[in-house]
Ligand binder design. Structure first.
Ligand code: GLU
Length: 272
């Protein structure tokens, strides 16, 4: 439906009926694709003013284009870890590309295309701290992670009784780490590398470099849309085979000195 083509009276009726394309704040034609990303993860999903950058942003843009939505019609929506399933279930976004690990419990609520990347959980500590070398050295340490993430869940299983503080975003954990309010931050190595490489933290932080989980990043969509899932998988395969995946990895993660681990690029699984 193109609202601009409808007479103003009809448009008013449409609005009154509440059928106007919600969330498209540009007065556009309602064909926008709403994509959930992180806004505070440099190298993956980062919002700076009206600029969105990162590997997830590039993957989402490529996939959207393959699905028929040009980049300018994407509406980026912030998708904090704990809100991702709800954002999809309530239809507030059409897809989520936000360092979103495929897990069985999440699969009860949403479907995943992909994986399009494999990361591993690691630890970020202050540069001068040699006492933390892996999850086994976290006893008595103050650890930070994010609510609703596999990172928080994994570390609770791995190190029972760990002194874990859960925040809403990883950037809050980074601030706490720099200000000595916590001793370590745990999440995916991709995310940690991005923070360690930020200009403002130059020389202050380091990634431990001993990954202790496998995180398969999927593209979250509403449950039951197998056709869309297959289309997205096809787009991911295309992105890998035409070299765009490699370029996106180099441009976004390479800057932080990050090289993808074993298993990359992965093969998208068959959709259920
Ligand atoms: N990939 C993990 C997850 O999906 C950690 C990163 C995140 O919270 O986005 O939970």
């Amino acid at each position: 439906m193109n609202i601009r083509r409808i007479g103003s009276a009809a448009a008013a009726v449409t609005l009154a009926l509440g059928l106007a394309a919600c969330g498209s704040d540009d007065g556009g034609d309602g064909d926008q694709l709403r994509v959930g990303i992180k806004f505070d993860q440099p190298g993956l999903g980062l919002k700076e003013g009206n600029e969105y950058t990162g590997f997830d942003v590039d993957v989402a843009t490529y996939v959207a284009e393959q699905l028929g939505t040009p980049a300018e019609d994407i509406e980026w929506v912030q998708a904090p870890s704990a809100q991702r399933e709800t954002l999809l279930e309530t239809g507030q976004v059409d897809m989520i590309v936000a360092t979103y690990s495929i897990t069985d419990s999440r699969k009860e609520k949403v479907d995943f295309a992909g994986p399009y990347f494999i990361a591993g959980q690691d630890l970020l500590v202050r540069q001068d701290d040699d006492s933390i070398t892996g999850p086994e050295s976290l006893d008595g340490k103050r650890l930070c992670s994010v609510t609703g993430s596999t990172s928080a869940q994994n570390v609770k299983e791995e190190v029972p009784g760990v002194n874990l503080q859960e925040f809403g975003t990883y950037s809050e954990c980074v601030s706490a780490l720099v200000s000595n309010a916590v001793d370590a931050l745990t999440t995916d190595d991709t995310i940690l590398a991005g923070y360690a490489a930020q200009d403002q933290y130059q020389g202050q932080l380091k990634v431990v470099g001993a990954p202790f989980s496998e995180e398969l990043y999927g593209i979250g969509i509403q449950k039951g849309d197998t056709e869309k899932c297959e289309q997205i998988n096809e787009a991911i395969r295309e992105m890998i085979s035409d070299g765009s995946w490699e370029t996106a990895v180099e441009e976004n993660l390479g800057k932080a000195g990050f090289t993808p681990g074993e298993g990359n690029p992965p093969n998208p699984e068959a959709c259920a």
